[in-house]
Each structure stands twice: as C-alpha cells, then as structure tokens.
Design a protein around this ligand. Structure first.
Ligand code: F6R
Length: 581
C-alpha cells in the first residue's frame, strides 16, 4: 500500500503535494518523491520519510504535479525505487499504488524492444508502456487508455507528460479520489490530503480513467464517457487523520479485503521456491499472532495435503531446538522480531532450507532466510496485528492451494468479497455482554481453534479483559471450573465433521451458567436457538469462513476496547515490534 497525490491548478504544485503526502504517510513511509511539469518534467525522490526530511527538501516548480509515499513491494526502499518513475526519454512520469501482477512478463517484452529500466519496481513498466503508446497516439489520455487493459493486478495511477497540461488518472482495485476545488483539482488515495482544500470529491470506480485539466475533469470507462457523482465530504479536521477512522486499528481492519486480495495475488507459481513446492514436511517458527497464523496453516496443510507441519514458538525453538529437517518457515509481520530471527538462524545451523514470510521488504528476517515471500498488507500502525494476520493467511492459503495444484485458487481470489460482507455486521449485543465480562473463553475445533486463540489474543491485548482460546473439547478438562454468568464463551461452530460435538460442548457450557456467543453459518436455526447471541456468517468455503470469523473476533475486541475507553492503538505495556528476546 502506498499513497499518491496529484495537483493541477494556479498554485505551485510541489508544496501542496508534499503536505498531502505527509497526510498519507500512514499508507507507506519508506521513501517518497514528487514530479512536476515546468517546461520539462522535474523530479525529486528520496529514501526515508517525507515528514522526517526538512520538508523543504523538495523544491520543484510547476503548477501540475504528482507525488508518492511508498511502502516497498517490488525492490527495496531506496532513492531509485522511489516513485515517480520515468520512461526512457524522461518525458513521462508515473506514480502508482497497487501491484502490477504481470510486470515481469511486460518488463521482459519492453527490454527486448530496447527500453532501459532503472528501478526494480513493477510500476516502471507503466512508464515505458505509456511511452510506447504515446509515440503512436500522440495524446496522453489515449496512451493511458491503451495501456491499462495490458495491466493485470491493482492500480491507482497518476501520469503526467511534458507538453500535456493535464494529469491522467486510472484506477483498478486501488482507491483513488478526485478533489474538485475552485480553479484547481486534486487526485489522492483518499480524502485526507484533499480536505484542507475542498470538500467536493469524485470517487473513481474500477476501470475508470480520468483526464484532469485546468478547466475540467473528463471521465471514461472502457473508452466511453461516464459521469460519477460529485459528493460532499463533511469531515472535521480530526476525521482527516487515520483516513477518517477513529483508530488505526479500525482503519486496518477495514483494509483487510484489499490486504487479502493483494497478498493472494502476490504468491504465484513463478516465485514459489522449489523447496516449498516439493516440501515433505514443514516446521513453522513464529510469535504471537504470527504463531496463530502458522497454527491455522498446520490444520489446512495437514488436512488437505497430508504434509506434516510442526509448529514452534520462536522463543522456545532457539534454546530447545527440535531435530528439524527440510523446510523451516519463519512468519513475522515486522520481520524484526528478535525471537523469530534467532530461531531462523538456529534452523540454518541445522542445514534447513529457510523461508521467511513477512510484510516488510528489506527486513532482517528476509536477509537471513534463503527465500522470502512478502505479504502485501501495507504498513500496520496499530499495535494489534489485524490486516497483517489476514495477509499472512492469504500467503499461507495460497501455498496450500499450490500444493493442491491450484484447487483453492478461485475461492481465494474471491475471498475479499466475504471479508467485505462481514465488516459492517452489528455486534452491539455481543459487545454489551463482553463489556461486563470478568473473563472470556474462546473455543473452536480444527482451524477454528487457532481462530479462537487469535480472537482471545485480540481481546486481551486491547481491552485488558482476561481471555483464553481453547480447543473446544479441552474446556471440560479443567477450565469448566471457571465458567459462570460473568464468563461468556465465544464459540465458533461451523458446519462440518465437528459440528455435532461442538453443539454438545456448547450445551455443556450453557448448562454451567456461561452465556454463549456463537459464530455460525447463516440460517443455522439449531445453533441460534441454543445460544444467547448468534452471529451469522456467510455460507462460503471453509477457508473463507476462517477469515470471516476472524474479522468478527477482531471487531468484537475492537468495539469492546472502545466501550471500555482503552488506548486501542497503543495498548499498555506493548510494542509493535518486539526486538528483544
Ligand atoms: C498481536 C501481535 C503480536 C505479534 C508478535 C509477532 O496482535 O501483534 O502478537 O504478532 O509480536 O510479531 P511479528 O509478526 O512482527 O514477528
């Protein structure tokens, strides 16, 4: 995830763009850059945070410009890989948010036709493709319209060219909004950089291309003129922080459809190392939420591929290394967790092949591992892992699918739709129950057991209510002694082999006085009649039900913590990245 800003009007573009990029830093902050038109194209870009630089670092002139703040996905964070990217002639500049999935093939073709690439990014192919199209079309709008059908993946693009008094914008599966001011126009990843200048906005839809000149905006969809409504955005100054959400955590929860979508598509047969494709056994090392993601993977891989998976806490692995062989996977959102790094080094001592799964390009874990798969969650600022967790699952589920010859590909490619569906569910009744709880148990079976571990981790870390995740069958082996009307149980009870035993477990808990909140499949009357609060989830593939139930548990924790007035994004005693053992 990155942030993009464009400006065209009567004022100097660069200072407006720089301020806008600072507002969008929550979307990415490893490098930044701006390009303006001032006769030719002026370009300035740097590694680092735009807010850390002197602010006046960018001194470009011109009344038309585009800018970008980056979260690296292809190519490490450095000056060269920072956006904007230019074509061979230096007459065209492009900024991009999203992932061009077919960039490798496009790049090969462009190089064979003589194009010179400077960066390692996927975005640069767009600059060169527009260069070719512009040579024949002699018109920037037509050139971009010719290029976008060649791209697969997701993109919000802004393109400028020498001699063209306009910005061309295009969007597919990445957000892009146009701000309509008085004699000036803006383009941005969201309203945050725009709201200081105007409240009037046009939200582009997938497949839209816009030509933004000094006078007007012309919108096109599949080559034909379209109209999109002009909307009034009445955000207060406070709302503009965190993209309009009250907390980063909620913003990040709502970014999960995109994080899942991008992460699924980032794992292709081409980049999957042979050691994964031919794995006969797998060992996973991770901490916290990343461990829980690993445990879900264990259930999926063992049940669908019959490949044994061993899971270790990274903090234990280093000091008590088991006799491992074959493939060791270290999972870490930050890529900087000290325990996971030490454990991965330990695994290498045992001559294992190591694979890192991480969200941060260039992070320590990716430098240690033999291979790395990057998830595409974008920066996660709230301490509690949410979208990075869903992105880890996207990568791990894609691996599972590959090992089953693509069996789950269609399901995973549509998974973001079900995630979107549950985001708006009303959980107020369940939240009321949790607000008064002394302790909460979370139970599930199979992959829903680690889902319950993750749900309870979210609840305890941000609401400070004691919460425990259990394999449902284990509760009667001791924890039953704690059940009471102040100890609700959150039970995940989906159709399948364990449905009957889950129902029995739920009845046993109810009989001991515990109120039960159940997550089940919509239309399940039997379950909804037995429990106190029933939360219906869409009827989908079991993999996707893992995702939708997780989203509900994240939201339950979030709204409970808000109800208790907790510091949701920075819970007490916790840090985002645990860099000490
Ligand atoms: C929980 C959480 C932590 C992390 C853990 C590992 O919400 O965020 O439990 O999952 O500290 O961090 P990474 O994945 O960065 O190694």
């Amino acid at each position: 995830m990155c942030g993009i800003v464009g400006y065209i009007g009567l004022r100097e573009a660069a200072p407006i763009i720089v301020e806008g990029l600072k507002r969008l830093e929550y979307r990415g902050y490893d490098s930044f850059g701006v390009a303006t038109i001032s006769g030719g194209i002026e370009l300035d870009k740097h590694q680092g945070r735009i807010s850390d630089s002197s602010g006046s670092a960018i001194r470009l002139t011109g009344k038309i410009g585009i800018g970008h703040t980056r979260w690296a996905t292809h190519g490490v964070p450095n000056d060269i890989n920072a956006h904007p990217h230019m074509d061979c002639s230096g007459r065209i500049a492009v900024v991009h948010n999203g992932i061009i999935e077919n960039y490798a093939e496009l790049k090969r073709q462009l190089i064979s036709r003589g194009h010179i690439f400077r960066s390692e990014t996927d975005t640069e192919v767009v600059a060169h493709l527009v260069e070719e199209a512009y040579a024949s079309e002699k018109d920037l709008l037509s050139a971009v319209q010719k290029v976008v059908p060649m791209l697969t993946g997701s993109y919000a693009l802004l393109v400028i060219a020498t001699g063209e008094d306009r910005i061309i914008a295009a969007r597919y599966a990445s957000p892009l909004v146009l701000g309509v001011g008085d004699g000036e126009f803006f383009a941005a990843s969201d309203m945050t950089p725009v709201i200081d200048h105007t409240e009037r906005a046009i939200f582009l839809e997938d497949g839209d291309v816009a030509s933004i000149s000094h006078e007007k905006i012309d919108l096109f969809h599949e080559g034909k003129t379209v109209q999109r409504p002009l909307e009034l955005i009445d955000w207060s100054g406070e709302d503009t922080k965190k993209g309009g959400f009250p907390h980063y955590m909620l913003k990040e929860i709502y970014e999960q459809p995109q994080a899942f979508y991008n992460s699924v598509r980032s794992v292709t047969g081409e980049i999957l190392p042979a050691s994964v494709k031919n794995a006969e056994s797998v060992t996973i090392i991770a901490c916290g939420s990343s461990y829980n993601a690993g445990l879900i993977f264990k259930y999926l891989l063992e049940n669908t591929c019959a490949i044994p998976v061993r899971l270790d806490f990274a903090s234990e692995f280093k000091y008590f290394p088991p006799p491992v062989r074959g493939l060791v996977i270290g999972i870490s959102q930050s890529g900087e967790t000290a325990d996971t790094i030490s454990a991965l080094k330990q695994a290498k001592v045992h001559n294992c092949t190591s694979l890192a799964i991480t969200n941060v390009l260039g992070s320590s874990i990716s430098r240690i591992a033999d291979f790395t798969l990057f998830m595409r969650a974008g920066p996660e600022i709230s301490v509690a892992a949410t979208k990075s967790f869903i992105a880890q699952l996207a990568v791990l589920m894609q691996i599972t699918s590959f090992l089953r010859n693509g069996e789950f590909e269609d399901v995973l490619r549509k998974g973001h739709q079900a995630i979107e569906e549950v985001l708006l569910m009303d959980l107020s009744e369940a939240v009321r129950l949790c607000l008064n709880a002394r302790s909460i148990f979370y139970v599930g079976r199979g992959p829903f057991y680690p889902v319950s571990l993750e749900g309870s981790l979210k609840m305890k870390e941000i609401s400070y209510i004691h919460a425990e995740g259990y394999a449902a069958g284990e509760l009667k082996h001791g924890p039953f002694a704690l059940l009471s009307p102040e100890t609700p149980v959150v039970a995940i009870c989906m159709p399948g082999e364990t449905y009957g035993v889950m129902m029995s477990n739920i009845k046993e808990m109810k009989a001991r006085g515990a109120p039960v909140i159940a997550l089940g499949e919509e239309g399940d009357l039997e379950l909804s009649e037995v429990v106190d609060i029933f939360i219906p989830l869409p009827v989908t593939h079991p993999f996707v039900q893992v995702l939708t139930s997780l989203i509900i548990l994240q939201l339950l924790a979030y709204y409970t913590a808000v109800g208790l007035n907790r510091d949701v994004d920075k819970p007490r005693n916790l840090a985002k990245s645990v860099t000490v053992e």
